[in-house]
Design a protein around this ligand. Structure first.
Ligand code: A3P
Length: 293
């Protein structure tokens, strides 16, 4: 099989993107959402897979156990904008999903989301992760994922991240854009990776409240355990090990799954520079992240 090659980053409507996520732009923008579709929106590496699996288990865990063990999660929860050779496009997968509701994921900044999701008043779950850990995770992901641009060394990556010169653009714009949307769009549940780490059960309860689900105590217990890092890491259906363009020898997809790994990467100077720049960009006092718990 011919593996796709590493792409170049370019400016696309003011956001750094690669052609793997823009080639199918017309079809993506014309995508017809259904009222019961649930969109899982995140900046890359914020916990998309974790929340996708939680939702998948909440909706389909008991009704279709055979699917749970045979079809990889990335096919059950299509990545709307992806269009990479050797795997099905997100649009094709989404259009052919037999489930109801359909769970669909996107890394788009809020202004790129196809209109039909707003028009149909779909429920949206947004997951955000603190910038430092998010960046560390993204750096290692870009090393192992051949459809991402070369990350280069850590120091240059850090500066590019601060400038928003990574795929899907600026983390700062992304988390703020979606946060602002929450003020006017009531069907948006904004959650934090750090909260999920702190108390997964509590966050699942909040999610259920938003989704209008009432799982039994036993089901909730099963889900909470199934989505723990170590269990997901060894579960080939969810750990992305079947994706052909990811090289787990360089770095596994389920890497560390923790809050505070940034401390093993940032130098003191880099941390000071980052914090200084962060203050300038993150001016909304109502949006607060935790870099340790
Ligand atoms: P790390 O690289 O810091 O380990 P995404 O799914 O958005 O690509 O995010 C991937 C990140 O979420 C990775 O972070 C991965 O380990 C982490 N993750 C996935 N499942 C998790 C879980 N069950 N518990 C904690 N972290 C998880």
């Amino acid at each position: 099989m011919d593996l796709p090659s590493r792409p170049e980053l370019f400016d696309f409507h003011g956001v750094s993107m690669t052609h793997y996520f823009t080639d199918n732009w017309e079809n993506i923008q014309n995508f017809q959402a259904r009222p019961d579709d649930i969109l899982i929106a995140t900046y890359p590496k914020a916990g998309t897979t974790w929340v996708s699996y939680i939702l998948d288990l909440l909706y389909f865990g008991l009704t279709s156990p055979e699917i749970q063990t045979s079809i990889p999660l990335h096919q059950r929860v299509p990545f709307l904008e992806i269009n990479v050779p050797s795997v099905d496009s997100g649009i094709d997968l989404a259009d052919n999903l037999p489930t109801s509701p359909r769970l669909i994921k996107t890394h788009f900044p809020v202004q790129f989301v196809p209109n039909s999701f707003w028009g149909e008043n779909c429920k949206i779950v947004y997951v955000a992760r603190n910038a430092k850990d998010n960046m560390v995770s993204y750096f290692h992901f870009d090393r192992m994922n051949m459809v991402e641009p070369e990350p280069g060394d850590w120091s240059s990556y850090l500066h590019r991240f601060m400038e928003g010169k990574v795929v899907f653009g600026s983390w700062y714009d992304h988390v703020n854009g979606w946060w602002k949307k929450k003020q006017t769009y009531s069907k948006l549940h904004y959650m934090f990776y750090e909260d999920l780490i702190e108390d997964t059960g509590r966050e699942i309860d909040k999610l259920c409240c938003f989704l209008g689900l009432t799982p039994s105590v036993e089901k909730k217990k099963k889900i909470t355990s199934g989505v723990q890092f170590d269990n997901m890491k060894k579960n080939d259906i969810v750990n992305h090990s079947t994706i052909p363009f990811m090289d787990f020898k360089i770095s596994p997809f389920m890497r560390k799954g923790m809050v505070g790994d940034w401390k093993n990467h940032f130098t003191v100077t880099q941390n000071e520079q980052f914090d200084e720049d962060y203050k300038k960009k993150m001016r909304d006092p109502t949006l607060q992240f935790r870099t340790e718990i």
